[in-house]
Design a protein around this ligand. Structure first.
Ligand code: COS
Length: 381
């Protein structure tokens, strides 16, 4: 489908595709196998200015537009759902600063992201605060010119590798979620350390770690927004980033679909390519239709966000739930079309199926997305 992308968008898309095909494809199986962080590819993202796509021009970036980030995310994820997260997780990590940071914080941190000098990470989830994001236990107690942070964050994308962390903690325990605040924490700060690196089912080219705060002192100027605004900042960040998870899902599905089409034309059974059988054709037709529907939903939502819409909570959740459920179905069907070969690691579709699963879980499970959609649509009538 033609989305009438601008010259600049077509250029960004082409660069991301070239990076994915030429640099990521040859190493994706290695990173998946070794569960290592892809620093060599981060260097390529730097050189090709892909980090700059995350950031508006006034902070040394080249875009900051949701549509452009969605295009890049889809292209990278088409080849590998994990490696592109060095960039995607960085976007999520700096959105709180872009949304609610003051000018000084934006001037200090955003250019370092734009030029790829530093990666970022978003730290909300805890062992007992997953879907119930308001159930945080990490505390930040004011002490003169500092806040003293204590607690542990879990499953943080880019954890350990990133230099800049946006961390959510309670400044007023008595108020629960309404007592949460957001802070910028730099790697190397005393009292800030990392726990074990997780051994995951998919997106294994991405680092996921625990963050540990033990009397960690954060300068008070690193508070983002006001005390007590943290939950709202976290929710607005997720509203902005869920279409990116959806784009990741569309990319993974697109990659799996292309593998399935190619294989179905090459594989002969009963004396014919399996693509000549209606059973396979109908699967391919459904895959293509569902992918395009998800992409169209994301493009429409991104256009709305880039045009300055104030509220897109429902649309953003719709993108994530539709695209991630679609990606799970499409990647599973791709494995089915490749049959026994699809189940083997020689072909990339089993990895794509593993990578797709996380998109139904992180940045809010699809059950939470459905709750968000329902509670917002019920308010409309
Ligand atoms: N934008 C702005 N404000 C929002 C908001 C949004 N999208 N969603 C909620 N809020 C505000 C509400 O308006 C409410 O404000 P008041 O205190 O002024 O009334 C406050 O935040 C609390 O909202 P609510 O009562 O809806 O919160 P709940 O605790 O019921 O939970 C859900 C809300 C479940 C939607 C939230 O916890 C959530 O998104 N959970 C999933 C978290 C997640 O994605 N985790 C993954 C982490 S990153 S990998």
């Amino acid at each position: 489908m033609d989305y009438f992308l601008t010259e600049e968008q077509l250029e960004i898309k082409e660069i991301a595709r070239k990076v994915a095909e030429e640099k990521i494809k040859p190493v994706r199986a290695k990173y998946d196998e070794e569960n290592e962080f892809p620093w060599e590819i981060v260097e390529v993202f730097r050189q090709t200015d892909l980090f700059a796509v995350l950031i508006p021009e006034e902070y040394d970036g080249i875009s900051g537009k949701v549509t452009d980030v969605a295009i890049v995310t889809e292209e990278l994820s088409r080849v590998c759902g994990g490696i592109g997260l060095a960039l995607g997780g960085t976007g999520l990590g700096i959105y709180p600063i872009m949304i609610s940071g003051n000018e000084e914080q934006k001037q200090k941190y955003l250019p370092q992201i734009a030029n790829g000098e530093k990666l970022a990470a978003f730290a909300l989830t805890e062992a007992n605060a997953g879907s119930d994001a308001g159930g945080l236990e990490t505390t930040a107690v004011k002490d003169g010119d500092f806040y003293v942070l204590n607690g542990t964050k879990q499953w943080i994308t880019n954890g350990g590798e990133a230099d800049i962390y946006t961390v959510f903690a309670l400044t007023d325990k008595s108020k629960g979620a309404r007592g949460a605040s957001c802070f910028i924490l730099e790697k190397g700060t005393e009292g800030f350390s990392f726990g074990k690196k997780e051994n995951k089912m998919g997106i294994r080219g991405s680092a996921t770690r625990e963050l540990i705060f033990d009397n960690c002192r954060i300068p008070k100027e690193n508070l983002v927004g006001r005390e007590g605004n943290g939950f709202m900042i976290a929710m607005k960040t997720l509203d902005k980033s869920r279409p990116m998870v959806a784009s990741q899902a569309v990319g993974i599905a697109q990659g799996a679909y292309e593998e399935a089409v190619k294989y179905s034309k090459e594989r002969h059974q009963f004396g014919k390519p399996i693509s000549s059988f209606q059973a396979v054709q109908f699967m391919l037709a459904d895959m293509a239709t569902q992918i395009e529907a998800a992409r169209a939903l994301i493009r429409a939502t991104a256009r709305m966000m880039d045009a300055g819409a104030k509220r897109f909570v429902k649309e953003s959740a719709m993108c994530k739930v539709f695209a991630s459920d679609m990606a799970m179905k499409v990647t599973t069907d791709a494995v089915q079309i490749l049959g026994g070969y699809g189940y083997m690691k020689e072909y990339p579709v089993e990895k794509m199926m593993r990578d797709a699963k996380i998109t139904q879980i992180y940045e809010g499970t699809n059950q939470i997305q459905r709750s968000v959609i329902a509670s917002n649509l019920l308010k409309e009538f």
